[in-house]
Design a binder for this molecule. Structure first.
Ligand SMILES: NC(=O)c1ccc[n+]([C@@H]2O[C@H](COP(=O)([O-])OP(=O)(O)OC[C@H]3O[C@@H](n4cnc5c(N)ncnc54)[C@H](OP(=O)(O)O)[C@@H]3O)[C@@H](O)[C@H]2O)c1
Length: 287
């Protein structure tokens, strides 16, 4: 596993990270085995997307055990509603939700506190006094968060966030399916010029790129703005998808989602593959 510096933070992050969205409904055994197996394979970057009790409980044991070796990102902007995650921008409820992440995971701080899924029409509100940014800064002042991040599926929001100088890290979808996305190259350049860590989310476009032989609808949130239908080639592999995202020097972490250890192991195959097996160039023409 290679490690990269996350922007100017000084944090050394594994080039592959684990997104935990698709572990939400898995059993405790499956979640624990994915996290432990990822750690054994050298992965140190983990994304904790939700503040839902049963999901956090499943992550708690391995996170507590290996806390010192891990870079953990927690999110602001969703809360729990009847066991499910719900987008919620209330400051009071977001405060409670983040404190629950810390207390259920039994950790004192997160390495990065991320303001989640910011849309263009709410960016100003997030940034205004008493908005989510102020809440994130207050947690940073209390030592509960080391660095701040923002995730979005909109290149213009990502660029504004970087230019504000308030964030150390940006999460944005980068995958073969958004190869032609307008503004994506410019975003990569802005990240690099400002030394901002880029965490590339959705390397498989939320799993759509791996629906081999199927005609699949890609949604804007999976591509950062493009919506289209495409027949997925029969021979595309997770390793090629990862290698494509990894090929951008601006990307610090490829944040992949898996739903079990079998998927994790298959995806980590890229580590031992020959260059020829990782060639993704035939798929660029398709997307
Ligand atoms: N939504 C947001 O706003 C947001 C913001 C910030 C961070 N994130 C983070 O980004 C992470 C990454 O996004 P993601 O998990 O949606 O996208 P992803 O990595 O593109 O897709 C993950 C999905 O791909 C499929 N997959 C993975 N490996 C496979 C394999 N070997 N064979 C077949 N299918 C395979 C699985 O879904 P199926 O098998 O079910 O098809 C898996 O759950 C999330 O987990 C989350 O932590 C999201």
């Amino acid at each position: 596993m290679n490690f990269k510096e996350l922007g100017r933070t000084g944090l050394k992050v594994s080039e592959i990270g684990i997104g935990t969205e698709h572990l939400f409904d898995q059993t405790k055994d499956v979640v624990e085995s994915v996290i432990l197996s990822a750690i054994e394979n050298g992965i140190n970057y983990f994304d904790v997307l939700f503040s839902v009790q049963h999901y956090l409980e499943k992550l708690a044991l391995p996170f507590k055990k290996y806390r010192d070796q891990l870079i953990i990102t927690g999110h602001l902007g969703t809360t729990e509603s009847q066991g499910k995650a719900k987008r919620n921008r209330s400051i009071k409820e977001s405060r409670k939700a983040f404190l629950r992440i810390l207390s259920v995971l039994k950790i004192d701080y997160v390495d990065i506190l991320n303001i989640q899924y910011v849309k263009a029409n709410e960016f100003e509100k997030v940034m205004n006094p008493k908005g989510l940014l102020d809440l994130a800064i207050s947690f940073q002042d209390e030592g509960k968060a080391r660095y701040l991040g923002l995730s979005t599926h909109d290149t213009s929001v990502a660029k504004q966030a970087i230019k504000s100088g308030k964030f150390n890290m940006i999460m944005f979808p980068i995958n073969l399916a958004n190869h032609g996305l307008m503004g994506r190259d410019e975003l990569l350049t802005v990240c690099s010029k400002n030394k901002i860590g880029l965490v590339a989310i959705k390397p498989f476009a939320g799993g759509k790129l791996l629906k081999r032989n199927q005609t699949t609808q890609f949604a804007k949130y999976q591509t950062g703005g493009l919506s289209f239908k495409k027949k997925i080639p029969p021979d595309i592999t997770p390793s090629q998808c990862i290698y494509y995202v990894k090929s951008f020097p601006e990307v610090s972490v490829v944040l992949m989602g898996v739903k079990n250890v079998e998927e994790l192991n298959e995806n980590l195959g890229y580590l031992t593959m020959q260059e020829s097996e990782l060639d993704y160039s035939p798929f660029i023409k398709i997307f």
